[in-house]
Structure formats: structure tokens, C-alpha cells
Design a protein around this ligand. Structure first.
Ligand SMILES: N[C@@H](CCC(=O)N[C@@H](CS)C(=O)NCC(=O)O)C(=O)O
Length: 323
């Protein structure tokens, strides 16, 4: 058995196992460093769904998954788990060896288990919050997907886009078409997943190849932003879209990685014996390092502008990510 990934009931036509859209029933579970989680967390804030969907954000990564530490507790007081893996182990349908990834959405109304995992794919959650949850969104919530977007068409388009092998040079044509699904898949294939390889792979060859993809994708995004900047501040010019949410969420992780690298390089060079003084020196040096996206000025501008808006990046997230 595997923990299911359900979709919201507004998608009746899909025939998928569905869950109802109800305010106050679900909790989004994230890890602060995870860019896939960040997509959903940003959408929740932008759409004004904070009161409708509660949040448990793990601030730390540990040996047993992401840890819910705080000044007061070393567990999550609502879910009553120490880590995200513990939450998975408590699920009746989870078996050892199966995925323990975040983000997840838990149903707190299910009496059989405190926090039953009902959804665990960031792309689906982003789409569902933006579409199926429309009635509960703030009145001035932005429209992240085009009017009339529905899960049935979306799932078909996602399956189709998944089977394609996008190149960085496809971006101008995809941007012209402005399909959220294809732009999202282009980004996942060329930047989001390769960036995961850069961070986590032990294979140097695979890492180098992934790094090349990330740089090519950043170059293509830079060129694109330079072209649309006359029309407005967003990736599609005038209007914010789900594409911005995906891209910004990963730019934050890129910036956090850059900041960690700058710090550890400085620490290796820090003079003296006193650990505290060496760390303080490294912190000062790292703060003087060039901005993470300084090679891509339009992208840097785009990132800095959104990072200053707490709906896109909260003060708590900035502090935890050393940004
Ligand atoms: N398919 C997932 C991928 C999410 C993902 O890769 N999450 C990572 C953190 S960034 C994770 O939870 N890794 C730990 C694990 O799988 O146990 C999604 O997009 O929702």
C-alpha cells in the first residue's frame, strides 16, 4: 500500500479519489528548505488561504527526516510528531521503503489517525489551491491558472508534457503559448530537478551535467525576463501566474545554497582557533559575497523584488534560510 495522492472534489469529472474543499479541515506540512513545499506555501499565502488551511513548517533537516523543533517544543503540537517521517510511519497505508516526501496535506478530520495524509504532490496542490479552492480564496486573489482551467485537461496536459524532452532553447516558443503546464514542466525538467541533482547526487559526472542544465535554464530565463520587462514585472509580463510561483520558489533555494556555500568557504579560510570567532568572521565574509544571481541581472532584480514581499518569502523563512 502507498499513501494516496488525492485531488479536490471540484474535479468531479476526473473520477479520481476525491476529497472535499472545506475550510479548517486540512493542514499543509512543509520543510522550510524545500522548494517544492515553498510552491504550495506561497500559493496558500498569495491566494489568502491561510485561515482555511493551517500550516506546520519543519525548520530543520535531521537524520529521521524534517524536524519540528521550536523554542518551546521538539515536536509539532498539532500533529504530535517529531519529524515528517514519523508522520508517514503513522499512516495506515505506508510501508517501509515508500516515499516520505514533503509537501503533504493532512486531513485533520479523519478520526482514525491524527493527521491523515491525503495529498503529496506539489504540482497538484498548487493547481488545486489555485482552482478548486477558488470560493475560499481572498476576493483580490490573483488568478494563477487561466480562467476555466480544470483538472481533467490539466492532468492530460501534464502527462503529455512529461513525455517530452524540453531544451532550454524551447523557452521563447513556450512563453509565446503561455501554457502554465508546459512552462511548469520545462522548468521542472531543466532547473528544478537538475538543481536537486546538484545538491544531492554523489555522482560527479551527473552533477556536472545537471549544473550545465541549471545554468542554461537561468540564461534562458534571463533572456526571457529582459524581453518581457517592458510589459510588467512578471514572467508573463503583466500578470502573475503559477509559473512565477514555481520559479521564485526555486530561486530562493538557489540563493540559500549560495549563501551556505559562501559561508562554508569562508569558514574554511577563517583565521584563529576560537570556533565562535571563526564563525562570526565567516558570517561577515559571506555577507560580502556577490548576490547569488549577480550573473543574471534581470533575474536577480526579479528575485530581490519578490523576496522583499512577505507573501513570497516570510521573515521567518529568511531567518531560517540565512537570507
Ligand atoms: N514529488 C514531490 C517531490 C518533493 C520532494 O522532493 N521533497 C523532498 C524535499 S525538497 C523530500 O521530501 N525529500 C525527503 C524524502 O523524500 O524523504 C513534490 O513535488 O511534491
Amino acid at each position: 500500500m502507498t499513501v494516496p495522492n488525492r485531488r479536490f472534489a471540484a474535479h468531479a469529472a476526473t473520477g479520481l479519489e476525491e476529497i472535499p474543499v472545506v475550510a479548517g479541515r486540512y493542514r499543509l506540512v512543509t520543510y522550510v528548505g524545500c522548494p517544492w513545499c515553498r510552491r504550495v506555501a506561497i500559493a496558500r499565502r498569495l491566494l489568502g488561504l491561510e485561515d482555511a488551511i493551517s500550516l506546520s513548517m519543519a525548520p530543520k533537516a535531521g537524520p529521521d527526516g524534517f524536524e519540528f523543533t521550536s523554542e518551546k517544543w521538539d515536536f509539532d503540537p498539532d500533529l504530535q510528531v517529531r519529524t515528517t517521517r514519523e508522520l508517514y510511519r503513522r499512516q495506515p497505508d505506508w510501508q517501509p521503503g515508500e516515499s516520505t516526501s514533503v509537501p503533504v496535506l493532512v486531513d485533520e478530520a479523519d478520526p482514525s489517525v491524527r493527521g491523515r495524509i491525503v495529498a503529496r504532490e506539489s504540482g497538484d496542490l498548487l493547481f488545486d489551491l489555485a482552482t478548486a479552492w477558488r470560493d475560499l480564496q481572498a476576493e483580490d486573489a490573483p488568478q494563477l491558472y487561466p480562467e476555466g482551467a480544470n483538472a481533467e485537461d490539466e492532468d492530460r496536459a501534464v502527462a503529455d508534457a512529461r513525455s517530452r524532452d524540453y531544451q532550454a532553447s524551447d523557452l521563447p516558443e513556450l512563453a509565446e503559448k503561455a501554457s502554465q503546464t508546459e512552462l511548469g514542466m520545462w522548468f521542472d525538467q531543466l532547473l528544478a530537478r537538475p538543481f536537486g541533482t546538484v545538491l544531492h547526487s554523489d555522482d560527479e559526472e551527473a552533477k556536472r551535467e545537471a549544473q550545465g542544465k541549471v545554468v542554461a535554464a537561468l540564461n534562458a530565463l534571463e533572456q526571457h525576463l529582459a524581453e518581457v520587462s517592458e510589459q510588467g514585472p512578471w514572467l508573463l509580463g503583466e500578470k502573475v501566474s503559477a509559473w512565477d510561483v514555481r520559479v521564485f520558489a526555486h530561486l530562493v533555494s538557489l540563493a540559500a545554497w549560495h549563501s551556505r556555500e559562501a559561508y562554508s568557504q569562508a569558514l574554511a579560510k577563517a583565521p584563529g582557533e576560537d570556533e565562535g570567532a571563526r564563525k562570526a568572521w565567516a558570517k561577515q565574509q559571506a555577507a560580502k559575497a556577490p548576490a547569488p544571481l549577480s550573473d543574471w541581472p534581470h533575474l536577480n532584480n526579479y528575485y530581490q523584488g519578490l523576496a522583499a514581499d512577505p507573501r513570497w518569502l516570510t521573515d521567518e523563512e529568511k531567518q531560517l534560510l540565512h537570507l
